[in-house]
Design a protein around this ligand. Structure first.
Ligand SMILES: CC(C)(COP(=O)(O)OP(=O)(O)OC[C@H]1O[C@@H](n2cnc3c(N)ncnc32)[C@H](O)[C@@H]1OP(=O)(O)O)[C@@H](O)C(=O)NCCC(=O)NCCS
Length: 165
């Protein structure tokens, strides 16, 4: 599969990135490279020659079966309590590029990377996100993510993602 993004590296001009959310800007500018060195997350960048248009981060994570909707739990063997998932921890688009489809491209790219991993090397039964606000919840809902009760997280099953690719 081919991807639109590349891993964040020291050549990327992070300083000017502004998505309108201080925490997401600050994360890219100050912490993302450190987290990558520590193997805590992978940060992927969509950019043109000069500017970062947007970014997202992926990590592996697990969710407990009790967090899932009953319709999914009943299809899982009882011995699996912690279920392997991808965490799409952050996703942000620079305000200069908002409303031009960049967020959608980033999300599809992230789903594709996770789906490819799940069919070639490491089993992942879903992708989860931690939406930062109600705007983010509506964005992810649009693409089929469902809210998980009690955790604030949202979820899309890998079998659903598979239908996209
Ligand atoms: C939310 C965000 C990622 C959207 O990026 P974007 O590039 O402006 O979105 P796109 O242009 O790709 O829009 C894709 C689709 O999502 C819709 N959309 C965009 N923002 C939306 C929102 N807040 N709520 C609901 N739908 C939204 C668009 O209308 C579009 O729909 P269409 O394809 O039917 O026209 C961007 O506004 C952002 O970075 N916000 C700040 C950070 C943030 O909230 N990150 C998300 C979670 S951590």
């Amino acid at each position: 599969m081919s991807y639109l993004t590349s891993l964040l590296n020291s050549d990327h001009e992070k300083a000017g990135f502004s998505c309108g959310n201080y925490m997401l800007d600050n994360y890219l500018q100050k912490q993302a490279r450190q987290d990558m060195k520590r193997k805590l997350t992978a940060c992927f960048i969509l950019s043109d020659e000069e500017r970062i248009k947007g970014y997202y981060t992926l990590s592996s994570a697990s969710i407990q079966r009790s967090q899932l909707p009953e319709s999914i739990i009943k299809k899982l063997p009882p011995s699996y309590n912690d279920l392997p998932v991808t965490l799409l921890g952050r996703l942000a688009v620079d305000i200069k590029f908002k409303g031009q489809g960049v967020g959608k491209l980033l999300l599809i790219d992230a789903l594709k990377r996770s789906f490819e991993t799940s069919i070639t090397s490491i089993a992942l039964m879903a992708i989860v996100v931690d939406p930062i606000n109600s705007e983010a919840i509506s964005f992810y809902s649009k693409y089929g993510f469902i809210s998980l009760p009690d955790s604030g997280r949202m979820f899309i099953a890998m079998n659903t993602v598979a239908q996209l690719f």
